[in-house]
Write a protein that binds this ligand. Structure first.
Ligand SMILES: NC(=O)c1ccc[n+]([C@@H]2O[C@H](COP(=O)([O-])OP(=O)(O)OC[C@H]3O[C@@H](n4cnc5c(N)ncnc54)[C@H](OP(=O)(O)O)[C@@H]3O)[C@@H](O)[C@H]2O)c1
Length: 359
């Protein structure tokens, strides 16, 4: 079952599912547009309003996999999640919103453990690469890992973002985020921390965000005391986000002004710009004294292509082989590190131990 196929990310996900031989039911609120899409791709369609739990629940059974790209998830994601938890089904989504991710792990996860549901939130460019890179660097670092930093970078020219991403980004950068400190999840504004990473030999700034890694990596390495995730998509503007994070809440007129601006962003990114995009995700693992133990760099191209591929690959893999565990799951614990690394989703990984280099 795929929700959101009439949107940009959902449309690409539907095509990626077709390319992998899946036959999802496309569900949504606009039968005419869904019907045309279903006919083109050879998929069935069903009418449902993703904000209405009963209308989603009527379509989902315990053996089903529901994939949702309907966002912003903080506003539109709760009902589908509740329906999946009620049915004991398997769920994947494309969110990148920290508040929603936290709700999945902290609130819906325990309910899902009771019903047998399996919830894989943020199963796209946000934030599977960082979980994978973090897990690879932690495996290389071995015992003694105390801190992980993950940074996301995107290089390219032109319009690289969809309107849906711009809408969600207002919530991500203007809202509360979180970090792991002393082994505990702590709430703090997005952008509170700023650091640079070296990407292709150039120092690039990035500001802190709430993501999946703060939940996933301590599960994989229970000795971890600190986990930070940084977004480096906006270059020098990272410093502005960092400065704004120290101000009291932004005035309401600023938020409504931004929302009005976002409505004028074209729905789709520019395909030529995306074709030339280069994405890099870096994970660095440190010991308790601050010595760098290991570093992983993941490289891929178009982040929307990766999101569509990941959702399609995850749905196909789950249908064929199931997943490990119940409740709120991350990509590595659900599918296994080496299975995820070997997935044909266009990611290349390079991991280095930095111990000997520093001796
Ligand atoms: N994790 C990542 O790396 C990543 C990557 C890409 C996108 N995203 C996120 O994915 C989300 C979607 O982005 P997008 O660019 O695809 O947005 P979009 O083009 O605006 O698509 C939104 C989709 O949601 C549907 N929808 C909205 N309200 C609905 C409702 N009440 N009932 C049923 N369907 C409803 C829309 O249906 P209609 O056509 O009927 O309006 C449309 O299919 C955003 O939150 C974005 O941030 C994340």
């Amino acid at each position: 079952m795929l929700f959101g196929a009439t949107g940009y990310t959902g449309g690409r996900t539907a095509e990626a599912m077709r390319d992998r031989g899946l036959h999802p039911v496309l569900a949504g609120r606009d039968p005419a547009r869904l019907g045309a899409l279903g006919e083109r791709l050879g998929f069935e369609t069903a009418r449902a309003d993703v904000t209405d739990t009963a209308s989603v629940a009527a379509l989902v059974g315990p053996e089903d996999v529901l994939v949702s790209t309907v966002g912003p998830f903080a506003r539109l994601g709760g009902a589908a999640l509740a329906a999946v938890v009620g049915a004991g089904a398997l769920y994947l989504d494309s969110t990148g919103e920290p508040g929603f991710i936290r709700e999945v792990y902290e609130l819906q996860g325990p309910a899902a453990e009771r019903s047998g549901a399996r919830l894989l939130t943020a199963f796209g460019n946000d934030y599977v690469p960082g979980v994978l890179a973090g897990a690879l660097a932690l495996r290389e670092a071995g015992e003694g890992a105390s801190r992980v930093d993950v940074g996301y970078f995107l290089q390219g020219r032109g319009r690289l973002f969809s309107r849906g991403t711009a809408e969600s980004a207002i919530g991500i950068t203007g809202g509360p985020a979180y970090t792991v400190r002393d082994g505990e999840l702590q709430t703090e504004p997005a952008g509170r921390r700023l650091r640079t990473y070296e990407v292709d030999g150039v120092p690039r700034p990035a500001f802190s965000i709430g993501a999946s890694e703060q939940f996933a990596l301590p599960r994989l390495a229970p000795g971890l005391r600190t986990v930070d995730v940084h977004l480096g998509w906006f270059g020098r503007a990272s410093g502005v986000v960092h400065a704004a994070s120290r101000l009291p809440a932004p005035p309401a007129f600023l938020r409504s002004g931004l929302e009005a601006l976002v409505k004028r962003v074209p729905r789709d990114p520019d395909p030529t710009a995306l074709a030339g995009a280069r994405s890099t995700t870096v994970a660095e693992v440190f010991d308790a004294g601050g010595t760098l133990l290991a570093r992983t760099r993941l490289r891929f191209g178009d982040p929307y292509g990766l999101t569509a591929d990941l959702l399609a690959w995850g749905a196909a893999r789950a249908l064929e082989h199931g997943v490990e565990g119940v409740g709120a799951l991350d990509a590595v614990s659900a599918f296994g590190l080496d299975t995820l690394l070997a997935a044909d989703i266009g990611i290349s990984a390079q991991t280095e131990s930095t111990r000997s280099a520093q001796m």
